[in-house]
Design a protein around this ligand. Structure first.
Ligand code: ADP
Length: 730
């Protein structure tokens, strides 16, 4: 309650004194000044009433003069909201001089009822504004009046109405409120020091957050290209003659990506340090922007987003700085393409418009550059922040996209440099529209802009890097499904892994899930940040699905933080590799998982009857095997119990049973059931009282000959051999 009242008063005073653009500190001083004046007015009003009651006309007139003056000064300050130093200067000078005159009229310092302190308080009030000149002026004025009052004392006569009692009363009252004021000022100075310390701490914290935001974003941005550069360089070193052109292209493209980011950061600091002048040329801006839009053709095709270039006229010759305009528009276009899902549209339109100028009647010609997309949009709470340095909207839809959070900051700075303005309108789920308004001038030398050789080419995938087609199965190699959206990374992974695995490639999470469910690969390697569905979603879906829960999943990501790693592992990922990863690390990781899977096959195999983990700790795969085993345990003696009965008892389909058993044990359903029975039979052979035919019958084989044949196939020798071995005395 108390807090809200103080806050309300604070808001109210802020509204009263705030002049647009006031720094926080000046605002705080103005508020203190205002409160000071109000308290003076209240006190003076009270003392004036008192002196009127005490019939001391000199002091009543003095009080009224102060009231009138301070009321005017107060009102003026509220109207002007500026010139705090001048107000303090005038108020202090007026109070000191007026008080000096009244003390003389009252017959000098001893008879003035303590008015001498008024000058002192004025000096203290002057401290509200941090100017030593102002303070020295007020103090000197006060000291001079004090000396004069001392020197003139013997020439002065006190008025009769100022009796010693009234003098004492006023002296006590004046001393009281003046000491109160001094106390308040000291408290204010303390509070201000704390506030300044807090402001400093806040600023440091903000800088710290900015720095960590920068490091997180930048390291993400650097990881993928650096992984590719070092990986490809390693492959070249190992095999200098193989696919040299292709591999060095990947290195170059990714080195350019890193360079571009570094350039962006340098440009940003150069603009902020005012060290980046505009270098305009006068040329046809429409053809230049058409060329810039054209450079995004590859990227837009790759992302399956249509890019429409819509100028309202074929030619417009005006001043522009080609390099900066390309960077500016490039950032907007790449964002629009990046944050629009496949099938969406990006409209890049150019208009001219005339804005009526306020001072003159000549209308000002303006250029409007609009980039509108039908993408994911920006939540309203983030809209005011997106132009901040290193700010990125963090939500499920954007976090798969890598980015530095510099692009829009640079855009805003370029627009400022070009004396223009930028506006953004956006609705989550509908799309965003960025509108840049630039003044049109025609003063620069007429010149063709220097078109850069291949703008933004590192953003677009090269034609030979189109998505590789699904390969036909090669039965000798384990099948590995790679889910990755970056063609360079896919290419690198293919080079590293193609001789060790039969590869399948999916471009995003959704496609990956579909492929995994259809083909049940042996291993999955998935990127985390991907369009449509990310790696976490892949993990969550496939690990929950009975058909795919056994497939080891390796998550590959640029996110090195522990939280991301834990999220991945919690969702069931079997391993988590952070970019930049070493080629061998990846191969060893995949091989280990594959070997583990093989070991599990032996463990889950029908001939292994060792108990599995207790049910409460078992995963879906163990539970499945456990259920299958306990059903078979109850039914293996029944010769009519077969595949149909098993899948029905497990509550799944025949195909699901088959796929799952193949994946977990390497055996088909019929093979699994038969192996289970044969293992039981092998155990029974140790009982010398049972004949082989009896054993065959008791393990569900109606034909003893058939039993012996399959037994020999399974264990490499007929049951009679084992019977001999196990026979007593053998
Ligand atoms: P980034 O490198 O992350 O793209 P930017 O400074 O270019 O950095 O953009 C800042 C943030 O603004 C982005 O992270 C993104 O969340 C949001 N953003 C920018 N443009 C768009 C757009 N066209 N649609 C949706 N979100 C956008």
């Amino acid at each position: 309650m108390k807090q809200t009242l103080t806050k309300q008063i604070d808001n109210w005073t802020t509204r009263l004194v705030l002049y647009p653009g006031d720094p926080v500190e000046l605002l705080a001083r103005k508020k203190v000044y205002l409160l000071g004046v109000v308290s003076v007015l209240v006190m003076v009003m009270f003392l004036t009433l008192l002196t009127w009651q005490l019939q001391l006309p000199i002091l009543t007139r003095y009080g009224l003069a102060l009231l009138v003056y301070f009321s005017i000064s107060f009102t003026l300050q509220l109207i002007l909201k500026k010139g705090l130093a001048w107000f303090i200067f005038a108020n202090c000078s007026y109070s000191i001089l007026l008080t000096f005159g009244v003390i003389l009229q009252l017959g000098g310092i001893p008879n003035s009822g303590g008015l001498i302190f008024v000058g002192l308080v004025s000096v203290i009030y002057a401290m509200i504004y941090p100017s030593s000149r102002l303070l020295i002026w007020c103090f000197s004025l006060y000291v001079i009046t004090l000396i004069l009052e001392g020197l003139l004392h013997s020439y002065l006569t006190p008025p009769v109405e100022m009796t010693p009692d009234k003098n004492l009363l006023l002296f006590v009252l004046n001393s009281l409120w003046l000491s109160g004021t001094i106390l308040l000022v000291i408290l204010y100075v303390f509070a201000k020091e704390t506030q300044i310390a807090k402001l400093k701490a806040d600023r440091l914290l903000e800088m710290d957050q900015l720095k960590s935001r920068m490091f997180t974003n930048i390291s993400h941005e650097f990881r993928t290209p650096l992984t590719l550069i070092s990986g490809m360089a390693e492959l070249i070193r190992e095999n200098p003659n193989q696919k040299l052109q292709e591999r060095s292209d990947v290195i170059l493209r990714n080195a350019n990506r890193v360079l571009r980011l570094v350039d962006q950061m340098l440009n940003l600091s150069r603009i902020e340090a005012d060290a980046m002048p505009l270098q305009p040329v006068q040329s046809n801006i429409i053809s230049f922007l058409r060329y810039v839009a054209g450079s995004f053709k590859g990227l837009s095709e790759h992302r399956k987003v249509k890019l429409h270039f819509l100028p309202d006229q074929p030619e417009l010759v005006i001043d522009f700085d080609p390099e900066k305009l390309e960077e500016l528009v490039g950032n907007l276009l790449s964002n629009a393409l990046k944050y629009t899902l496949a099938g969406g549209d990006v409209y890049f339109s150019i208009h001219t418009t005339y804005l009526p100028k306020t001072e003159s009647t000549i209308p000002e010609e303006q250029l409007l550059i609009k980039v509108r997309d039908t993408g994911i949009g920006i939540p309203p709470e983030d809209l005011s922040h997106i132009f901040e340095r290193f700010y990125r909207v963090e939500n499920a839809k954007t976090h798969y996209e890598e980015g530095s959070g510099i692009g829009l900051t640079l855009v805003r700075e370029y627009v400022k440099l070009m004396h223009g303005s930028i506006e953004v309108q956006s609705k989550p789920g509908t799309g965003s529209e960025f509108t840049i308004t630039l003044p049109i001038t025609r003063n620069a030398p007429i010149q063709e802009p220097a078109f850069s050789a291949d703008p933004m080419d590192e953003l677009a995938p090269t034609p030979e890097l189109e998505w590789p087609a699904m390969q036909e199965a090669d039965n000798h190699l384990p099948q590995l499904l790679i889910i990755e959206d970056n063609p360079d990374v896919v290419q690198y992974l293919r080079l590293v892994l193609e001789d060790k695995f039969h590869l399948r490639i999916a471009h995003n999470g959704e496609e990956g899930i579909r492929d995994a469910l259809e083909h049940i690969p042996d291993l999955i390697l998935s990127d985390v940040m991907m369009p449509v569905k990310d790696g976490y979603e892949v993990c969550r879906t496939l690990k929950k699905d009975f058909r795919t829960s056994h497939i080891p999943i390796v998550l590959l990501t640029a996110r090195a933080d522990t939280t991301s790693r834990i999220t991945g592992l919690e969702l069931g990922a079997d391993a988590y590799l952070t970019k930049p990863f070493h080629k061998k690390e990846l191969i060893v990781c995949l091989r280990n998982l594959f070997v583990q899977r093989e070991k599990l096959r032996i463990k889950y195999g029908a001939s292994n009857h060792e108990p599995l983990e207790p049910t409460h700790t078992a995963g879906p795969d163990e539970q499945f095997i456990q259920n299958a085993r306990s059903i078979l345990e109850k039914n293996y003696a029944d010769e009519h119990f077969g595949i149909d009965e098993l899948y029905q008892a497990l509550g799944i389909s025949r195909v699901q049973l088959h796929r799952k058993l193949i994946a977990l044990t390497g055996q088909s359903s019929s093979h699994y059931i038969r192996s289970f029975r044969l293992e039981k039979a092998r155990q029974m052979l140790t009982d010398p009282n049972k004949t082989i035919s009896e054993i065959a019958y008791q393990t569900g084989f109606s034909d003893a000959n058939y039993f012996s044949r399959v037994f020999a196939l399974e264990f490499g020798q007929p049951p009679s051999n084992l019977r001999n071995v196990n026979a007593p005395g053998a």
